[in-house]
Design a protein around this ligand. Structure first.
Ligand SMILES: [Fe+2]
Length: 245
């Protein structure tokens, strides 16, 4: 662990130089738990009570959490294949002053596999356990996102109604061979105010297969510029509050 760091008891967060850093967002698969998040391909994923509490605490205290190993390789490869096929349709987005925030990446709409994943029982169950509110996928605000070196997502809040909950599933992550402190393969959570962009409260790692869940409309967040040799493909989704009829 880096000098000047300390672990927060009961969490997977540490404080490094005054900044919260997710050291490990892996959810351990155990046998003796009370919450079972569905079944896929004959294997049952159990989510330990402690891990659920950790994820809830992370969302409550810093607005975001990350979860690893929640989805099997079959599902991930199906989504990767769809993202790969759809990449030819991806269009560059913004990066101009006309945007509400600076943003440079390529986006394209979701296909059958992406929609099915984001509206499936498994992801909805995870969101229900963590957030306890009825949510509906906003298909038009959800997409595949492709970042390459030089791309970034500037500090912003997500749409207050259309995107009260943000979900990101990292599908493909290519790291640079160069050892550098700078990387775009992290998500910075800045917090309730954009005033301290250069000193984010939380740094979430970007790892293939990991899931990010956050209250993106209430917590400023950003992705720094991807460096040479860094590439990222993700499914990025927005959920709004489901209003009862
Ligand atoms: Fe966002």
């Amino acid at each position: 662990m880096m000098q000047g760091s300390s672990e927060l008891p009961g969490t997977r967060l540490s404080i490094t130089n005054g900044r919260l850093l997710f050291q490990d967002c892996r959810i351990t698969l155990v046998k003796t738990t009370s919450e079972i998040i569905g079944q896929e391909s004959g294997s049952t994923y159990d989510w330990a009570n402690g891990d659920i509490e950790t994820a809830r605490t992370n969302i409550k205290t810093v607005g975001f959490t990350c979860i690893e190993r929640m989805f099997n390789s079959q599902l991930l490869s199906k989504l990767r294949s769809e993202a790969f096929l759809k990449k030819k349709d991806a269009v560059p987005v913004c990066g101009t002053s006309q945007c509400q925030y600076q943003y440079q990446a390529h986006l394209t709409g979701l296909g059958k596999a992406g929609i099915s994943f984001l509206t499936g029982n498994r992801i909805l169950k995870i969101l229900d356990i963590l957030l306890g509110m009825p949510l509906a996928l906003e298909k038009d605000a959800s997409c595949y996102t492709y970042y390459q070196p030089g791309d970034f997502l500037g500090p912003h809040l997500d749409h207050a109604e259309q995107c009260i909950v943000t979900v990101i599933l990292y599908l493909d992550v290519v790291h640079s061979d160069v050892t550098s402190d700078k990387t775009g393969l992290v998500l910075h959570v800045i917090g309730g105010s954009p005033s301290d962009v250069n000193n984010p409260r939380v740094v979430l790692p970007t790892k293939a297969g990991s899931l990010i869940i956050g209250l993106g409309a209430a917590n400023w967040h950003e992705r720094p510029t991807l460096q040479n040799g860094e590439f990222l493909t993700a499914i990025t989704a927005c959920y709004s509050r489901l209003l009862s009829a």
